[in-house]
Design a protein around this ligand. Structure first.
Ligand code: S3P
Length: 441
């Protein structure tokens, strides 16, 4: 692994047009739903980041046939009932760094007639799994945390017969929790209902009906009827707005920029970052808006903008949850004080993102205060530069690289390779659009 990458300032801005890899959340779901369905599904524009490869490998381990040509993934399945136990001696599926793989699979495996085990890397082993264990146990699943700390590894015992449909009020707004329960609900008797405190991303609700799932949505409540067989479906995955966020921010911060980002997913449960940036003074326009496979999609045109500080919390935090690392960095380049609150979930992501950002921004010369559930950032319109650590977190690494492009002196990012979790070609694309050469360490 490269120990560090040096990101120099990019004085000429970003101009031109880019396409980005497919949406990570939709790609996970497309592969999983296709595996649960009977027949051949073609998923075009699938993300092939390491997290999505974990989901692909997991369903292969369950006996599903998958072939891949470029970013098109063909899934041929005989359906959920034909799944086989993982052939590994200890029936383990390694979910790597991917919380989505682990949580959604736990909902699927909870209803299977064989025992399986879900494990992950050091980061995933620290992430909270009680939020899926408890509702799945209420449905009758036998699922245990091996270490007893409500964390992975998780052992999911064979289920004889159907799970039982429940009505569950989730304490967290989490699409992974909601989706795990709904997927288990497909194999449950009767109806399964999930309520959330805020509306989390709704890709499951949009995509599962295309495969034949019977879902009803009322505000923050989603229900699924058990026992409906799923059938194969082709899916076109839009570009990932969470990956676009780094290029949107770079185009806003760097002078003389005008960037068009083609065919990006603009699902309203995900567009918090666009709304926040616009409220900070960003020039972001949407062109060619259309609907693709039930998801709103469009081109984003972003121009250099002077940003002002802002306070963000509540529903906006949920709608921008994965973009908060990039937002925090952009706030350092804004003029005035910014505050992020109500974002305690950031502490249990791939890293403790509140701590990681507070430490990194301070190392770059930014005045920053860590709150239990967020950050206060004093924007001075510029960032000096320095050496920072990604904490092995892909979104922190990419956000800090954008800080480097906009900085006075450049930024050295330690442990930079983790970007491959969601965006393997990221550094190459940064070099192409900015014209700068990134250096080793
Ligand atoms: C995701 C949901 C979110 C998000 C994650 C992907 C999904 O997590 O942060 O990157 O695909 O369902 P939570 O469900 O924990 O909020």
């Amino acid at each position: 692994m490269t120990p560090a990458v040096t990101i120099p300032p990019a004085p000429h801005g970003i101009r031109g047009e880019i396409h980005l890899p497919g949406d990570k959340s939709i790609s996970h779901r497309a592969v999983l739903f296709a595996a649960l369905a009977t027949g051949e599904s073609c998923i075009r524009g699938c993300s092939l980041g390491e997290d999505n490869l974990r989901t692909i490998q997991a369903v292969q381990l369950l006996g599903v046939d998958i072939t891949q040509h470029d970013t098109t993934v063909i899934v041929r399945s005989r359906g959920w009932d034909a799944f086989q136990p993982p052939s590994d001696a200890d029936v383990t599926i390694d979910c790597g760094n991917s919380g989505t793989t682990m949580r959604l699979l736990s909902g699927i495996l909870a209803g299977c007639s064989f025992t399986s085990r879900l494990d992950g890397d050091a980061s995933l082993r620290q992430r909270p799994m009680r939020r899926v264990i408890e509702p799945l146990q209420l449905m009758g699943a036998t699922i245990e945390s091996e270490g007893g700390q409500h964390c992975a590894p998780l052992r999911i015992r064979e289920q004889n017969g159907l799970l039982t449909g429940i009505t569950y009020t989730s304490p967290v707004a989490s699409a992974q929790v909601k989706s795990a329960i709904l997927l288990a609900g497909l194999h449950a008797s009767g109806r399964t209902t999930v309520r959330e405190p805020e509306r989390s991303r709704d890709h499951t609700e949009r995509l599962l009906p295309a495969f034949g799932g019977r879902l009803t949505v009322q505000g923050r409540t989603v229900s699924v009827d058990g026992g409906t067989p799923l059938h194969a479906q082709d899916v076109d995955v839009p570009g990932d707005l969470s990956s676009a966020a780094f290029f949107i921010a770079a185009a806003l911060l760097l002078p003389r920029s005008e960037l068009r980002i083609r065919q990006i997913g603009l699902n309203p449960t995900r567009t918090g970052i666009v709304d926040i940036f616009r409220a900070m003074g960003a020039q972001i326009d949407i062109h060619n808006a259309q609907n693709v496979c039930g998801e709103p999609v469009g081109d984003l045109v972003v121009r250099s903008s002077s940003l002002r500080g802002i306070e963000v919390d509540g529903e906006l935090v949920v709608r921008a949850i994965d973009e908060l690392p990039m937002l925090a960095v952009a706030m350092a380049f804004a003029h005035g004080t910014s505050v992020i609150r109500g974002a305690a979930e950031l502490r249990v992501k791939e890293s403790d993102r509140i701590r990681a950002l507070a430490v990194a921004l301070a190392a770059l010369g930014v005045t920053v205060e860590e709150l239990p559930d967020g950050l206060v950032i004093i924007g001075q319109g510029r960032v000096h530069g320095g050496t920072v650590h990604s904490q092995g977190d892909h979104r922190v690494a990419m956000a800090l690289s954008v800080a480097g492009l906009g900085s006075d002196e450049g930024v050295v990012v330690q442990e930079p390779e983790c970007i491959a979790i969601s965006f393997p070609g990221y550094y190459r694309l940064v070099q192409e659009v900015t014209g700068v050469r990134l250096g080793a360490g």
